[in-house]
Design a protein around this ligand. Structure first.
Ligand code: IPE
Ligand code: IPE
Ligand code: MG
Length: 246
């Protein structure tokens, strides 16, 4: 089936988030070091970013490095940070050519200074692009984000800026790293694992979940089209009955 041809451009998810998983297993299967899997994964990133922008998806968020990933062996962490820097240098052209704005969420000040600087530079240079927002989740953990949100709100209440009884969902949204993004409509995880791994817990409250067996370095644009096609053929009821929707 040609999934792309069957995608309804009027029913695109406004926000797709992807847990890009399986780089290590991909490398192991080929008898390579884990780092080779991460390198190969950058091609899949480019494909998915370009395909999303071409389709007209407004927001794409990629889980690139979690707060828990700091616990990996130092050689792997160092290599991932170097890969981040080299990918940013190389892919700024892809972002500019496709009119894509780069954004980042997470504990960004824990990144190595070089990576932080490069990231800020690309964010700055692409800030007026408006076809799609590409958000990289880097040193991101949803629980850390939620703790941060609670601290900020508690400080504002303590300072008398507003009353605790005025705390509602929109106040919470404004204190998350994703404050400028809509809720996630479609969450994709590759590599066959079916878990969330501390990603966007609040923001996926009503997302459609899609799990693919494909290891991330093998993920191609057709696989994204298939996920979107599958998403468009689900009924999102948001608590209502099917009859109420039609
Ligand atoms: C995802 O692939 C990339 C990151 C978490 C940085 P993994 O490195 O987790 O690959 P597997 O899960 O070990 O195969
Ligand atoms: C989640 O993948 C984080 C990223 C994709 C960046 P992990 O491979 O780190 O997650 P677990 O350990 O399988 O839950
Ligand atoms: Mg993994």
């Amino acid at each position: 089936m040609n999934f792309k041809e069957n995608i309804n451009p009027k029913k695109l998810p406004k926000h797709i988030a992807i847990i890009m998983d399986g780089n290590g297993r991909w490398a192991k299967k080929q008898g390579l070091m884990r780092v080779r899997g991460h390198e190969k994964g950058t091609k899949a990133v480019r494909e998915v970013v370009e395909a999303s922008a071409e389709l007209g998806v407004e927001n794409l968020t990629l889980y690139a490095f979690s707060t828990e990933n700091w616990n990996r062996p130092k050689v792997e962490v160092d290599m991932l940070m170097r890969l981040l820097v080299s990918s940013l240098k190389k892919e700024i052209k892809t972002l500019q050519d496709n009119n894509i704005k780069l954004n980042a969420i997470g504990c960004l000040d824990t990144l190595p200074p070089k990576a932080f600087k490069e990231l800020q530079e690309v964010i700055e240079k692409t800030s007026s692009n408006n076809r799609m927002t590409l958000t990289l989740a880097l040193s991101y953990g949803s629980r850390e984000e939620l703790c941060n949100m609670v601290k900020e709100i508690a400080n504002e209440v303590a300072a008398g800026e507003f009353s605790s009884k005025d705390i509602d969902e929109s106040v919470i949204n404004k204190h998350l790293y994703t404050r400028n993004l809509p809720d996630v409509d479609l969450l994709i995880r590759t590599s066959g694992e079916q878990r969330i791994s501390n990603f966007l817990l609040w923001q996926i409250a009503y997302a459609e979940l899609y799990f693919s067996e494909i290891l991330w370095p093998d993920y191609r644009r057709e696989d994204l089209y298939e996920a979107i096609y599958n998403y468009q053929n689900r009924e999102r009821r948001f608590g209502k009955t099917s009859e109420q929707l039609s």
